[in-house]
Design a protein around this ligand. Structure first.
Ligand code: HEC
Ligand code: HEC
Length: 291
């Protein structure tokens, strides 16, 4: 074999390396950049803006100036583990998020976490990021909104784009029903839990849980439907107030086999609650000023 051939062979890996380097440098702004932006939109935007204020999670603008990159990557890959370790910064941001832990994001790898942090850095430097936040109507909720939300929740009014009814997986106390699905969480106080109207609305645009994300990605909800559901959840949180005792006691009694007794008890209990709830709903039309 000739020397020149040797040289050419040796050059190959170097050229390949250089080409790869070029790709890595150029791509974040090109195809991979778009892919990363799409990933952010689908998996992070429901809880984070970049420069639009906090939602369920903190505003990520300039997050790299608050904490070193290695830490952020480790946190993003396994938020709960960082919190369990008693890390003081993790505890601080957990406190600021009212105790809501960032869920582990499906499909998030170390490389992708770095690309996302690159994206956040680029977007932070812009005067106006494309992730500044979805704009929602902030008109006051009406009793009609609450009623529509209830109907959507129960599946009596189907979602425009074919999403499943909430009650197949969720419960809300005070509905006059003994619970909905067992799979999902109790949403009675979800609006308080996630920090109010804006974070909850943003969350519902692309629900970021392993169970809901794949379904609602294909069947997203309309802004008006989200508004009604949020009106309903705010109302349900207010209605129940600080009374957390009903559900656990109910299940305890059922566990004891006191079915008949419970049903009798419930009948009068729910009737009272129902009347209190229903009266303002059916009187209809007036604008709630306390929302
Ligand atoms: C379900 C809501 C939710 C989703 C979805 C979510 N996060 Fe978070 N994120 C949070 C919360 C809440 C915190 C604050 C820490 C805590 O309470 O766990 C947080 C914290 C962070 C932090 C640290 C912020 C700081 O101020 O130091 C980064 C970085 C972050 N998230 C990035 C992401 C990225 C990137 C995605 C998408 C791949 C994502 N998050 C998806 C809720 C979420
Ligand atoms: C296929 C079952 C399913 C359906 C249908 C469903 N959800 Fe969920 N949802 C879940 C599960 C399960 C969780 C808990 C998080 C997880 O484990 O993925 C959840 C979580 C939530 C949360 C966040 C709760 C929290 O405290 O963080 C909200 C808000 C929510 N769902 C609203 C809705 C609404 C509104 C509908 C109807 C339009 C709906 N869900 C329909 C399964 C479902």
């Amino acid at each position: 074999m000739s020397d020149s051939c040797h040289a050419a062979n040796k050059l190959w890996p170097t050229r390949l390396g250089a080409a790869l380097m070029m790709l890595i440098v150029v791509l974040p702004r090109g195809a991979a950049g778009q892919e990363t932006a799409a990933f952010f939109k689908q998996n992070c935007y429901s809880c984070h803006t970049i420069g639009g204020g906090r939602l369920v999670g903190p505003d990520l603008k300039d997050v790299a100036e608050r904490k070193e990159r290695d830490w952020l990557v480790r946190f993003m890959l396994n938020p709960q583990a960082m919190i369990d370790r008693g890390d003081p910064y993790a505890k601080q941001i957990l406190g600021e998020a009212r105790g809501v832990v960032m869920a582990q994001v499906a499909g998030l790898t170390r490389d992708r976490a770095h690309l996302l942090l690159d994206l956040i850095e680029v977007e932070s430097a812009l005067e106006k990021s494309q992730f500044e936040g979805v704009k929602f109507s902030d008109r006051p909720f009406t009793v009609q909104d609450v009623e529509t939300g209830l109907q959507i929740f129960k599946g009596l009014t189907p979602l425009t784009n074919g999403g499943p009814s909430c009650i197949s997986c969720h419960t809300v106390r005070g509905l006059g029903l003994l619970g909905g699905g067992r799979l999902g969480v109790d949403l009675t106080k979800v609006s308080e839990r996630v920090g109010g109207r804006k974070p909850l609305s943003a969350w519902l645009v692309s629900p970021a849980t392993t169970t809901m994300a794949p379904v609602f990605k294909e069947h997203p909800m309309e802004p008006e439907e989200i508004l009604s559901l949020v009106a309903f959840f705010e109302d349900s949180a207010k209605r129940v107030g600080d009374d957390n005792s009903v559900a656990p006691l109910t299940f305890f009694l059922i566990g004891l086999g006191g079915m008949v007794l419970v049903l009798g008890l419930f009948d009068s209990l729910w009737k009272d609650r129902f009347r209190a709830v229903r009266r303002p709903l059916v009187s209809g039309g007036e604008i709630r000023t306390d929302a």
